[in-house]
Structures are given as structure tokens and as C-alpha cells.
Design a protein around this ligand. Structure first.
Ligand code: ZN
Length: 309
């Protein structure tokens, strides 16, 4: 409660706007950007849309929870619209309080401004499960193995490609319905006391089942990792990525352009896996988020674009 109250205090005194005018320019207070959070809070492991409007904005970015997020033209508001949006993510490990947000806006006339705000992070509702791992895979439970893999992926997922491949196709889950383990689940292995977090959704499928691209994009990584085994990462633009782990075969190479539903590999049981399945994950702005929640949101944005509303 104390944390919440101090967060609320910060929130109330926030919205501090600092603007620096270029030399020899008259003050242009009317062109101050307006920043709106299209949400009341962001849940752990989920995303929220930041909306930026104002005249003469060239580009802008947001800093939130140590990650940088670029703004892109809002696809929902028509051709002449100059509004921009950023898709912000909160890590599953984010503490439940208000976190500072900084938005930097750069104008066509050379001026810039900084908008300070706060974002409330709310509970992500995660389950628990206990897994049994074969003895030969137990060394892969060492924390250094997880840390090394996470550090590599965080840097890969922090890239922002301005192309909006995903908007042309929308996203599709590997399968509607049946899965065995969802995003964010707290896990223990072989009766141990150490907790691990699940970064995606597990779909049990026989070895050899085709793995299809969830959306249009570009292949950002193929290779073999300790935990994920044979692994493919697709970059869909706007800092949105999908990952496909434990594959038996990979049919694509880095740089390949792929279309939604294109077969990019085959399901397998490689890496730290307890049986043939597809581990599917989605990253936004450098962190893994809940596919079952964010994919419907992305598809909603795409729908509103098609309707021209
Ligand atoms: Zn998994």
C-alpha cells in the first residue's frame, strides 16, 4: 500500500513538460505534443499504446523500464493523420507500482521537448507448475545458462525496424485452443526449489509438424541455443518479434522475407524440452510478453486500420 501511495503521489505531480526552443525562433507553445496513455495500467508481461499528437513532430521515442520504444504513424487514423503511437511493454518481472516514463519529441523546426509521466504496472496473473527434466538436461538448469541466453535475446529483441510488416498480415497463434503451459508460469524442475519463468506458450505437437510464421516479417535469427534448442526468430517491424523453439528442422536463413503461414521449420524436442512441442513466444521492445493477450490487441489495431476509422 505504501508503495502504491508513493507511486500515486509521483503520478499526481507528474506531467512536467520541458521545451527547448531553437535559437532565433519565436515560442511555439501551440505545437506542444499531447501525450495520452490508451490504458489505465499495463499488466506485467503485457503491452499498452502511447498516443502522441501535435503539429510538426518529426520523430519521437519513449523510455520506460530501461527500454527504448520508437513512435510510428498511427495506422488507425487515416492518411492525413499525423498522430503517432508507440507499443510499450512491461516485463513479467516489473514491480507493481508506478514507473517513470520519459518521452522525447523532435520537431521539424529543430526544437525538441521532453514529456515526463508515470505508468502503473498491474499484476499479470501467473500460474505455477512442476516439470520433470531428464537427467542429461539438468545442467541446463544452471542460472548462468538462462542468463546468457536471455542477455543475447534481449539485445536481439531491442532492435526497431520501422517497416510495418505485421500490419499487412496481422498475427496468428500456432493453433487456436489446446496448449499445455502459458506465458509467465512459475516453474520448478525435478522437485527443486529454484523458480523459473516461462517466456511463451507451449503447444504439444508431433515431431515434424510444420511450424508456420505467425505474421509477415523477416528472419532475424536462426541457430541452436542451450534452452531453446533449434530456434527461429522473426522480426515483424515496430520492435515486435516472434520466436519458435525446440525445432527439429529449420528451413529459413537470416534475412529471408517470410509471409504469414509460410513454413519456416518443423516441430521437435531440441534444447531444454520434456517432449515434442512448439514453444511460441512474442517479444515487444526487448521483453517477452503474453502472446494470448497481445496478439488480439495487435489484430484489433489492424482491423481499425482496414475500417479506416
Ligand atoms: Zn515453452
Amino acid at each position: 500500500m505504501a508503495k502504491f501511495l508513493s507511486g500515486l503521489g509521483l503520478f499526481l505531480i507528474a506531467l512536467l513538460v520541458v521545451r527547448s526552443a531553437p535559437a532565433n525562433a519565436s515560442p511555439q507553445t501551440e505545437s506542444l505534443a499531447k501525450l495520452v496513455q490508451e490504458f489505465d495500467w499495463i499488466r506485467q508481461g503485457q503491452v499498452g499504446i502511447l498516443h502522441l499528437s501535435g503539429e510538426g513532430i518529426q520523430w519521437a521515442y519513449a523510455k520506460f523500464m530501461r527500454q527504448t520504444f520508437l513512435f510510428f504513424p498511427d495506422p488507425r487514423c487515416g492518411e492525413k493523420c499525423i498522430d503517432q503511437i508507440a507499443v510499450l511493454s512491461a516485463p513479467m518481472t516489473a514491480t507493481l507500482e508506478f514507473h517513470p516514463l520519459t518521452v522525447r519529441v523532435y520537431y521539424e523546426d529543430g526544437s525538441d521537448e521532453t514529456i515526463e509521466d508515470n505508468i502503473r504496472v498491474a499484476y499479470g496473473e501467473f500460474g505455477e507448475e512442476e516439470l520433470i527434466l531428464p537427467a542429461d538436461l539438468v545442467p541446463l538448469l544452471e542460472p548462468e545458462v538462462t542468463d546468457r541466453e536471455n542477455a543475447f535475446l534481449r539485445s536481439l529483441l531491442s532492435n526497431f525496424r520501422p517497416e510495418q510488416d505485421w500490419l499487412n498480415s496481422g498475427f496468428k497463434l500456432p493453433r487456436e485452443g489446446y496448449y499445455v503451459s502459458i506465458y509467465g508460469t512459475w516453474r520448478t524442475f525435478n522437485g527443486g526449489s529454484r523458480w523459473y519463468r516461462h517466456s511463451g506458450v507451449d503447444y504439444p505437437m508431433p515431431t515434424g509438424t510444420p511450424i508456420q510464421a505467425a505474421a509477415n516479417g523477416r528472419v532475424a535469427y536462426v541457430g541452436t541455443m542451450d534452452i531453446r534448442g533449434n530456434y527461429i526468430v522473426l522480426d515483424h517491424g515496430w520492435g515486435i518479434f516472434t520466436g519458435y523453439a525446440h525445432a527439429s528442422e529449420i528451413y529459413v536463413e537470416v534475412g529471408n522475407v517470410v509471409k504469414q503461414n509460410e513454413i519456416i521449420g518443423a516441430v521437435g524436442n531440441t534444447g531444454r524440452s520434456t517432449g515434442p512441442h512448439l514453444h511460441f513466444e512474442i517479444g515487444v521492445g526487448g521483453v517477452w510478453v503474453n502472446p494470448l493477450v497481445v496478439i488480439p490487441l495487435f489484430n484489433q489495431i489492424r482491423m481499425e486500420q482496414s475500417n479506416g476509422s
